[in-house]
Write a new protein. Sequence first.
Length: 445
Amino acid sequence: MKIVFDGVLTTDDNKQHVPLAFDLPDGITRLSGKFVATPKRAKGAEFDNLISLSVFGPEGSRGARHNNPVMDFAIDATGATPGYLPGAIEPGRWMVFLDTFRVLGPDPVHYTLTVTLETEPVAARTPYVPAAVGGRGRGWYRGDLHAHTLHSDGRWDVPDLAGWARSRGLDFMTLSDHNTVSGQAQLRSLAGDDLLVMGGMELTTHAGHALSLGGSDWHEWRSGPATGKTMPMLAGEIMSSGALFVIAHPMSPGDPECTGCRWEFADMMPGPARIVEIWNGGPWSDYNEDGLALYRRWLSEGHRLVATAGSDNHGRGPGDGETGFNHVHAEELSETAILAAIRAGRNYLSSGPRLILSATHSDGTEIPMGGETDASATARIAWSTGPQPLTLRLVGPEGEVLRTELAADTEGEIVHAGLPRGFVQVEVRDATGRLHAVTNPIFVR
C-alpha cells in the first residue's frame, strides 16, 4: 500500500515545518518513505535548497535526518534508517514534517513523498547493549561535548567517532546529532573504562542551534506555530529534565551560508540559558572571537554563564586541527559528575595548554572556577603552555585586560590582588592573537 504526497514549496515556505499527515491501520509492520525535491538548486542561486524530514508517530518523535543526501527512510520494530528510531508501527495518526531550512527561489521546489506500508514480518536484530564502564575518582578529565555522525549530517558512523575520541586520548565524549538521538544506543555500546560516552542532541532550529547534554531522550526543538512554544520554554523543559542546555556557536555564519546557525532568538539573549559554547570547531576562529565577545558582554550585564567548547566534528581524521576541548574537574568520571562540574563552571577550554584559575578569600577559603568571591580576594593563575611562547591575560568586565604576563614554556603561577566587581577570566594567546586556552570565570560580588 502506498500513500503519495505531491506539492510545491515557494519562498513563502522558507523556514517552516510543513505537515504531511496520514492515518495507519493496525497490522503495519514496516513504514518507508521516498522523498524527491527538485530543483536541488534554483538557477542562479548560490546555495542548494535544504529540506529535512522529521517523522512523528502517535507516541511522539520517530527521528529526523538533517542535511543528509540520503532522504529516504524506513522504520520497523527492530531497525531503522540512521536518524530514525526503531519500534512498533503504531496505528493512528502519523506525521512527516518538511523542515524547510532553505527554500531560496526564485524557482519553486516540486516535491513528492511516497510512503509505503508493509505487513510482512520483520527480521529480528540484535539490540545494542550498553557497555560497562569502570569508575575513576576525582580529577581533571578532558573531553568533547559536540559531534555528529551519519545519523544527521556527519560523514562517518558512530564507531568512527568513538575511534576518533580514543585516538585523541579523550576521557569523555558526547554525540549530539541534529534533532535526533538515534545513534545513542550504539554509542553507549562502545563505551569502556578508557572512554565515557554521554547522550545529547543538537536542537537545530531556523534561528539558532543549541545542545541538550545528558541522557538519551529526544527533546522538542521546534519553536513557533508548529508547537506553540518559545525557545525559552523549550530550554526550560530541557533543563527541568536534568539535561544541560547550551547555546551553540552563537556568532557562527548565518543565512544563507549556514542557515539557522547564528543565534537570533531575541527572547534568548541569553534568557534562561546558563551555558554558552564559545569555542566551536577546530582552531580558534573569527566567529569564535565574536562569540567570546558576546559571552563577555552577557557576563558584564550580570548574567552567570558557563563557557564550553565543542569540536562540532562531522568526520575529520585523528589529529586534525587545534581543537579546543573541555578540561573538567569532576568528582568522578561519570555522566552525572561531568555534567554537574560543567554546570558549576569547573572547567577550562584548551587546545593544549594547562590553565587554571582560582581565588583565595581573606579567610583562606579556596574558590574554584565558576565560584563566587569578593573584591578582597586574591586570584591565583597556574599554567603550563608547552614550547610555544604564549601571552597570558587576566580579563574583567567589558573585556578590560587587568594584567598581562608572558607565559614561559614551563609551569608557572602568579597571584593577583584587587579584583573588579563582576568577574575575572584568564586566557592565553599566541603572537598572532589566536586563543589557545581560556578559563571559566570567577564571579566577584
